[in-house]
Design a protein around this ligand. Structure first.
Ligand SMILES: Nc1ncnc2c1ncn2[C@@H]1O[C@H](COP(=O)(O)OP(=O)(O)OP(=O)(O)O)[C@@H](O)[C@H]1O
Ligand SMILES: [Mg+2]
Length: 263
């Protein structure tokens, strides 16, 4: 199934095929394949240890597959450095927080925005016109993203001092500041209360609609997944057991088996 409503519907953004990763004999992901389309929201679910974060780690170059292929915009990204993959347009958040705790909220986002608007050490020293314009472009994006994520009033606080829910949204703001075409969210609702989760659902939709990007959400929160995702891929012990619409996945016998542990 492909998402509808937009002109670039059906355009492939990323494709994995035969992707396998093992750690000392344990197969974390086996023969994984998925095709991601532009502007879709895909959910990835599966019990603990089923390979969801491994899938993200492989796409973002944090870990190298033993075999298989990953193509982003029709170009292989296997073996590319994580920094190159960000430049190409893939951003992620992590299951555990990786904010710069001692930087302010603004600074956390600004460092990411500077990837697209690099000032460079020489420019930073000379502080010429190019420095001014790049710095103000990065600042502009940062301000807009903080407002978009509901963090405008927290801009000058230290990241470490933010309430937990705000920290999670700051991580998403920081990922968006790299201006990705593909955003990978690893358990963005973990630790959020039901109100914060509801806000997050609205934000995920809004991110896709506003920026026109593809979003992949790994989550254990089934309500969130079923509400926000157009397609869902289910993993169990490293294997893809099905891909389909929320309804198809809900009805799939192997999904029940994977979660309940019996036929
Ligand atoms: N760096 C690593 N070294 C050794 N084993 C690893 C490593 N990373 C992942 N694994 C193993 O690979 C399997 C898949 O892990 P992964 O983190 O992808 O699961 P997950 O689906 O994200 O689980 P969770 O829902 O708990 O986050 C697990 O058995 C895990 O212990
Ligand atoms: Mg994980």
């Amino acid at each position: 199934m492909q998402p509808s409503q937009h002109s670039d519907v059906g355009t492939v953004l990323l494709q994995t095929s035969g992707l396998t990763k093992s750690f000392r004999g344990l197969v974390a992901l086996r023969d994984h394949s998925i095709t991601l389309y532009k502007r879709e929201i895909l959910g990835v679910i599966g019990p603990n240890g089923s390979g969801k974060s491994t899938f993200f780690n492989l796409i973002t170059g944090f870990s190298k597959p033993n075999s298989g292929e990953i193509k982003f915009r029709n170009q292989s990204i296997i073996g590319s450095a994580t920094s190159r993959i960000v430049e190409l347009g893939i951003a992620r958040t992590f299951q555990g927080s990786r904010l710069f705790a001692s930087l302010t909220v603004t600074e956390n986002v600004l460092v990411a925005a500077q990837l697209r608007h690099p000032v460079g050490p020489l420019n930073a020293v000379l502080r010429g016109k190019q420095y001014q314009s790049r710095q103000s472009a990065a600042q502009d994006i940062t301000t807009k993203l903080l407002a978009f994520m509901g963090l405008g009033s927290q801009a000058e606080r230290l990241a470490a001092d933010l309430p937990y829910g705000d920290q999670r949204r700051l991580e998403i703001a920081r990922a968006l500041a790299t201006e990705p075409q593909l955003l990978l969210l690893d358990e963005p609702a973990a630790g959020l209360d039901s109100h914060e989760t509801k806000v997050l659902v609205g934000l995920i939709r809004s991110i896709r609609d506003t920026f026109g990007i593809t979003v992949v959400v790994v989550e254990h929160d089934m309500d969130l997944i079923m509400t926000v995702c157009e397609r869902i891929q289910v993993l169990a012990t490293g294997e893809v057991i099905c891909v389909g619409t929320p309804d198809e996945v809900r009805r799939h016998p192997r999904v029940r088996e994977a979660y309940l542990g019996h036929e």
